[in-house]
Write a protein that binds this ligand. Structure first.
Ligand SMILES: Nc1ncnc2c1ncn2[C@@H]1O[C@H](COP(=O)(O)OP(=O)(O)OP(=O)(O)O)[C@@H](O)[C@H]1O
Ligand SMILES: [Mg+2]
Length: 365
């Protein structure tokens, strides 16, 4: 055997078989308490059941031995005698002589509290991202609502027409049917707009998947195009066909919308003939996808450039200064990075890189 990971992959039963050769010989009071056992004897009698073979944890120990490591550790969840689940971090120091391998010491640390804190932090982060979407949406709502009023008046005109055809002395059924079909198509358009708006505002769990970058760009454009149009800003896109990204689609949309809205603000006082936004997506090697959002706005001086991503940094009277902070936290959580370059008075370009493919999963319990 030369590659232990491969060996375990090819022999899924090996860990369980090896485990049968082991015995639990002692446990301290803290271990007895951790498992909520009545006594040490109670715990020792059931130790093998309470600490069942576990592919990730057990193979981590064999792997460390195999590589002549000095220690190893990992995470797993144990179940106590009363049925409570306890997340633990375990650690094992490895001896440097073969004799020492006869008896290994394992330490377990109950990390329930840390895990709860981590979960709370996670929930807080998700809530912050959502409230930022709500406030972004507030900014775009007026122009999107204008967009939705079009299909709605389409519904009205077509159904009025249908009624007129039906109320004639000799009803024109065929014409009425045609008008009702039109109304139904308009209504479908309006429903689709509502669905997309709800998608942006909804409370949805984070779910990274591999998807086409063009979908992220389209969904961001759906939200900002009405506003860009109403402000006379032309929007150009240049997306390498077929380019993929591995991330949570809603969050990529959120980052793009944040950057595009900032771009729209920056263009505020630029003359009509050079009001431009552009979005491009390109591959950076085989593993990264880079999004760029450029605007022909006022630009950012080099001093401001340093503070952009700090929480609550804003130069706007009604800004919160959270847009870029949240954009950065989203990008970094996905293992990417975000940066900006600018020529004051000319243009600004924000770029962010995200993984193109699913990262190789690390073993965890
Ligand atoms: N494209 C841009 N051109 C010029 N300045 C920009 C651009 N993008 C961001 N900035 C500067 O960075 C600051 C921070 O942006 P950020 O999006 O974090 O907050 P904000 O837009 O001020 O408020 P909000 O929380 O509502 O997004 C802005 O106030 C602005 O000064
Ligand atoms: Mg902003």
């Amino acid at each position: 055997m030369t590659d232990i990971d491969r060996y375990f992959d090819e022999h899924p039963d090996a860990v369980g078989e090896l485990r049968k050769l082991h015995r639990f010989v002692d446990a301290n009071d803290a271990a007895v308490r951790l498992f909520e056992a009545d006594s040490k004897e109670h715990f020792m009698a059931k130790a093998s059941d309470m600490l069942p073979a576990n592919r990730n944890s057990n193979s981590a120990v064999y792997r460390a031995m195999f590589k002549r490591g000095t220690a190893c550790q990992g995470e797993r969840t144990l179940v106590t005698f009363s049925g409570r689940k306890v997340p633990i971090v375990w650690r094992c120091s490895l001896p440097n002589d073969l004799e020492g391998y006869r008896r290994l010491f394992f330490y377990a640390f109950d990390v329930t509290e840390q895990k709860e804190n981590r979960d709370r932090l996670e929930a807080l982060r998700a809530e912050m991202a959502r409230s930022s979407r709500v406030s972004l949406f507030g900014e775009l709502a007026a122009s999107i609502l204008h967009e939705i009023s079009q299909p709605l008046s389409g519904v009205r005109t077509s159904s009025d027409a249908a009624l007129r055809w039906l109320e004639r002395d000799t009803p024109e059924i065929a014409e009425a049917v045609r008008a009702i079909r039109d109304a139904s198509r308009w209504a479908k358009d309006a429903t689709e707009i509502c669905r997309k708006m709800r998608g942006f505002l909804g409370k949805v769990p984070e779910r990274p998947v591999q998807f086409d970058a063009v979908e992220a760009v389209d969904s961001a454009l759906f939200l900002i195009s009405p506003k860009a149009n109403s402000e006379g800003i032309s929007v150009e896109t240049n997306v390498t066909p077929g380019i993929k990204v591995f991330a949570d689609p809603l969050q990529v949309q959120q980052v793009l919308v944040n950057l595009l809205v900032n771009g729209i603000h920056a263009i505020d006082s630029v003359p009509a003939d050079r009001r431009k936004l552009s979005i491009s997506v390109q591959a950076d090697g085989a593993d990264a996808t880079v999004f760029a959002v450029q605007d022909s706005g006022c630009g950012i001086n080099s001093e401001t450039l340093q503070s952009l991503f700090q929480p609550f940094f804003t130069t706007k009277a009604d800004g919160m200064g959270m847009g870029l902070t949240i954009a950065r936290s989203i990008v970094e959580r996905h293992g990417g990075r975000i940066w900006a370059e600018s020529q004051p008075g000319q243009h600004t370009c924000f770029r962010f890189a995200l993984p193109a493919n699913q990262p190789v999963a690390l073993p965890s319990d």
